[in-house]
Write a protein that binds this ligand. Structure first.
Ligand code: DQA
Length: 150
């Protein structure tokens, strides 16, 4: 299983600053990912229901810590794709959660955080991740999943 975890305000995609984040909703992006990876699955694993992509979203830091902990120690989880939203810029708790779990985590940002306000240039969580993709919109999620399937 690969888990796609989205943090605060990403539930508002489609309505939120569309000039930055586009007009697609989170549900649109999740459905696009399911279609895009249809027929694929983590190596050597069988899924009776065919469902190996799981989606989570939370606006709460503590809940995200718990999701990363739970998914990160689940032996069925091949990896986690994580958009921490603004928490990327200051949540040591989320960085520690990512560092604490054996599952690889790939960070994704829809926007190019380096081309935006100074306070977005630094991600404190990315250093604990296997890698980070930013600025490629929803394609970033697909590339992160692809890297975990390798
Ligand atoms: C974001 C970038 C963050 O700086 C911002 O706070 C978000 C979204 C992105 O996907 O581009 O909420 O993570």
């Amino acid at each position: 299983m690969i888990c796609v975890v989205n943090g605060p305000n990403l539930n508002l995609l489609g309505r939120r600053e569309p000039e930055v984040y586009g007009t697609e909703t989170l549900a649109d992006i999740e459905a696009w990912l399911v279609r895009r990876f249809e027929g694929r699955r983590p190596h050597g694993r069988e899924y009776a229901d065919g469902v190996w992509l799981k989606f989570f979203q939370s606006n709460s830091e503590g809940e995200l810590v718990s999701i990363i902990q739970e998914m990160g120690y689940d032996p069925d989880v091949t990896g986690i794709v994580f958009n921490p939203g603004a928490y990327a810029h200051y949540s040591i708790a989320l960085r520690d959660a990512v560092a604490a779990v054996p599952a690889p985590v790939v960070e994704v940002h829809l926007s190019n955080i380096h081309a935006r306000e100074d306070f977005r240039h630094r991600s404190v969580t990315a250093g604990a991740c296997r890698g980070m993709v930013c600025g490629l919109g929803k394609t970033g999620y697909a590339l992160a999943i692809e890297s975990l399937l390798e």
